[in-house]
Design a protein around this ligand. Structure first.
Ligand code: FAD
Length: 284
């Protein structure tokens, strides 16, 4: 039986695996893909790496883990079952047993087809990541609820020239005095980058657009296990442990700042708590 199975090979999962491996723990990482970073055209706010594509950063992290001797499998976890002394992780290809589990599942940002056409070309899913590039520019934000309100608050530090598109939803939060378009969006337009948005036959010129429709997690796994979830985030204690002893979580899946720096930190701190938890299990 392994010491820990980490589900997720993004920055949180790989950071956690690195610390566990260096503490001589038997660890396995399972990920179905490279996570959110594979969608990030450029990262330039992570410590000491300069400008780098998200995909390159994620691949570099994975390669370094493999070179440390960490077993990293490309596979999808379908279910996790309770055993008397740990957990059984069932994937598409196999099943594995371990004493603890680390959930570094990330978050999938909701989107729609028109917006997807301009991902990385004027359409962003993260105000903290990309807002900086739109200082004093004219931008759109697509959303209608609390999630949008948080992203909007951040963007208002950078520009006041913002149009809110609810894309057919009823606005649920304060519009901060900004123009709100409640019609459904019919098209995102532009040659090589986003130039305008059309809703109900009116076209609005914009330099960029932030999609803030909220996010869904790979919550099926969490729900199967009876884990506590609030506001679309897995709930953990100060030790990054969920309400189920031995199951830990970190990175985007627990909410807070959705950034690489925080995901790496969560993974590192969680690993120390996993090591302490294993001491109890192993009576050493
Ligand atoms: C477009 C975009 C731009 C961004 N720009 C920046 C930026 O400039 N700076 C910055 O700091 N951050 C940026 N981010 C955010 C950053 O990518 C995330 O905060 C970070 O990747 C979170 O790390 P994580 O390890 O928690 O999750 P992720 O990196 O998303 O990894 C999740 C992992 O879980 C795996 N997984 C999920 N479910 C299963 C399953 N059932 N079975 C197996 N594996 C599973 C996935 O395959 C993946 O490996 C950006 C994000 C996006 C989408």
């Amino acid at each position: 039986m392994l010491d820990c199975i980490i589900i997720g090979m993004g920055p949180c999962g790989i950071s956690c695996a690195t610390y566990l491996k260096r503490a001589n723990k038997d660890v396995l990482v399972i990920g179905k893909d490279l996570g959110a970073l594979s969608k990030a055209s450029e990262i330039e706010n992570y410590y000491a790496v300069g400008k780098i594509s998200g995909e390159k950063l994620a691949t570099k992290g994975l390669k370094e883990a493999i070179s440390l001797g960490i077993n990293c499998l490309h596979d999808e976890v379908l279910a996790i079952e309770y055993l008397d002394n740990g957990y059984k992780v069932i994937t598409k290809k196999n099943s594995y047993e371990s004493k603890t589990i680390m959930l570094a599942l990330g978050k999938v940002r909701n989107s729609f087809n028109e917006a997807k056409k301009f991902e990385g070309k004027g359409v962003s899913y993260c105000a903290t990541c990309d807002g900086f590039f739109y200082r004093n520019k004219k931008i759109a934000i697509v959303g209608y609820n609390n999630y949008m309100a948080i992203e909007l608050d951040y963007l208002l530090n950078l520009t006041k020239d913002i149009i809110i598109f609810t894309n057919g939803n009823k606005m649920e939060v304060d519009n901060k005095g900004l123009l709100v378009v409640e019609d459904k969006i019919s098209s995102f337009n532009g040659e090589n980058k986003l130039e305008s948005i059309t809703a109900a036959s009116t076209t609005y010129d914009v330099d960029g657009c932030f999609i803030a429709l909220g996010s869904q997690n790979a919550f099926t796994l969490a729900k199967q296990l009876g884990l506590e979830i609030k506001d679309n985030n897995l709930i953990v204690d100060n030790n990054y442990m969920t309400n189920v002893p031995g199951i830990f979580a970190g990175g985007d899946v627990i909410g807070g700042l959705l950034q690489v720096a925080k995901a790496v930190s969560d993974g590192a701190i969680a690993s120390i708590n996993i090591i302490n938890f294993l001491k109890g299990v192993n009576n050493v």
